[in-house]
Design a protein around this ligand. Structure first.
Ligand code: SF4
Length: 493
């Protein structure tokens, strides 16, 4: 059997950028390493795909023994079809040297139905394009293909005692889109194959396409010549504006003329970079600090969002809090106290979480968080699900003060913040502290997947180790928040 030239993922890559396809096929080693977050998303997709197989039980799985042996799966799929199989998982097909694998293939009344599983609630245009390519290939080798559907998550499903897969998943036919897009698919396959037939790499400059539909994983190669203080570091500027400057030859923020038509927040970033000075609006900061009542506490909550609900009454992607850290100060120059809660694995953490959170914050008239949106939505949902705690939880949300506001409003800005208003960037810029970099877990997304992973873990040492890493991360977050709060206080007051 001839080796395939294109797969579903390399096809999608080619539509985004032919240079990316060329690099992927010829210089794979230059690919940026997969982040922990992306790896976790892939793993989640695989788990949901396996669960969806139960919608059509009794099938045969023809997954290859290694990603380099899909040819075996193509042969096995054909053998099973000829032998009268009615359900095949990971069925593989090749047409015109384009290889696709399909999550579930089902035969009903002599007609074939194809299903691709996605672990999200929305069907994106990329998912539809994926499906169009699969439909194109399968229809050319399986004449009885009647329909092609995407199976995805019904986010309004609520778990009762038992998981009901027919309620959790919904099925949407994309056959019409696939038929409509066939000329586009054929055209793009030809373009991709032509690019691969060339000896020279396609000459593609960096552009907005590097970010759409995905952040390209060859940015480490193509973007490495961008200088520090590049125009792409500016926040609040559209990509098209940044590339307009780039095409004019402005590589650094310092190159942007003073009379450029930009928002005031962007002008401040440019001026801070050019002058090396910090911007500080002491009156506004003083007004903010006046709202703080002591003793004050600094709070951070971590959540998991299981695609498949695990606790009765919860829904797909519902934020389930499992960890909080609270640093407390009796006065701005007092020695801080610390409180932390992390839930046991494999049990619904919400009631204990509520009780512990109320106890940890009740004595503090001001509760400072960084970007209140998540904390408030988690607490409001807890109050909705456990009305017996509604009063205390409402009292807690009333006390929340959002410390992201002074940064979002740019009452303080300096060039080292690099246009970012994330605490992870502000903390090292203000406090010259790189604690986050040294942590095994250093983002909320990593924390969520790490906690989800240990739900099924039987190695208790591993569970304890991950819980320790999670606690350290959350504790560092509130400590950083408190330190930035004090540092800015000292500058402003
Ligand atoms: S970084 Fe941009 S130009 Fe380079 S391969 Fe990726 S999409 Fe193409």
């Amino acid at each position: 059997m001839e080796k395939h030239q294109l797969s579903k993922s390399s096809f999608i890559r080619s539509v985004q950028c032919l240079k990316s396809l060329f690099l992927y096929k010829n210089f794979y080693r230059l690919k940026d390493p997969l982040t922990k977050e992306k790896q976790a998303v892939f793993n989640r997709g695989t788990q949901v795909g396996i669960l969806a197989q139960q919608l059509f039980p009794g099938g045969t799985d023809v997954s290859p023994s290694s990603p380099f042996k899909y040819d075996e799966s193509v042969v096995k799929t054909q053998e099973l079809i000829k032998a009268g199989a009615t359900v095949i998982y990971e069925a593989a097909f090749m047409f015109d040297r384009v290889l696709v694998a399909l999550d579930i293939l089902v035969k009903k009344e002599n007609k074939w139905y194809a299903y691709e599983v996605k672990s999200s609630a929305k069907i994106s245009s990329v998912y539809v394009m994926d499906a169009c390519l699969q439909y194109y290939v399968i229809k050319n080798v399986l004449p009885g293909l009647e329909d092609f559907s995407i199976i995805n998550i019904n986010s309004s499903y609520k778990l009762a005692k038992q998981l009901d897969l027919h309620q959790l998943f919904k099925t949407v036919s994309v056959k019409q889109d696939a038929n409509r897009n066939l000329p586009f698919i054929e055209d793009r396959i030809t373009k991709a194959k032509n690019a691969l037939a060339q000896e020279l790499m396609p000459d593609v400059a960096i552009g907005e396409h590097c970010f759409s539909p995905y952040d390209c994983d060859f940015m480490g190669t193509c973007w490495k010549k961008q200088p520090n203080t590049s125009v792409f570091e500016l926040s609040g500027v559209s990509k098209s504006k940044q590339f307009e400057w780039y095409k004019k030859g402005y590589r650094k923020i310092e190159d942007i003329p003073d009379n450029s038509d930009v928002a005031e927040t962007v002008r401040k970033q440019i001026q801070a970079q050019k002058s090396g000075k910090e911007f500080i609006e002491k009156d506004k900061l003083a007004g903010f600090y006046q709202k703080i009542k002591y003793p004050v506490c600094f709070m951070d909550i971590e959540v998991m969002m299981p695609v498949v609900p695990v606790f009765e009454g919860t829904q797909p992607f519902q934020q389930i809090p499992f960890l909080f850290s609270v640093h407390c100060l009796k006065a701005i120059d007092a020695v801080p106290e610390h409180k932390l809660f992390i839930a046991e694995v494999n049990q619904d953490p919400r009631v204990e979480f509520i009780q512990q959170l109320i106890a940890a914050t009740k004595d503090y008239p001001s509760v400072v968080v960084y970007d209140e949106q998540m904390e408030k939505s988690v607490i409001n949902r807890l109050a909705q699900d456990y009305p017996e705690y509604k009063k205390e939880l409402a009292a807690l949300t009333q006390k929340i003060i959002d410390f992201a506001v002074p940064f979002q409003q740019q009452w303080y800005y300096r060039a080292e913040m690099k246009g970012s208003f994330s605490l992870k960037n502000i903390f090292p810029a203000l406090c010259k502290d790189s604690s986050f970099e040294k942590l095994a877990i250093n983002s909320g997304v990593q924390a969520m997947y790490a906690y989800l992973d240990i739900q099924q873990e039987s190695d208790l040492f591993k569970v304890a180790e991950v819980k320790e890493q999670l606690s350290e991360y959350c504790q560092t977050d509130t400590l950083a928040l408190m330190k930035v709060f004090c540092e800015l206080y000292n500058k402003a007051i």
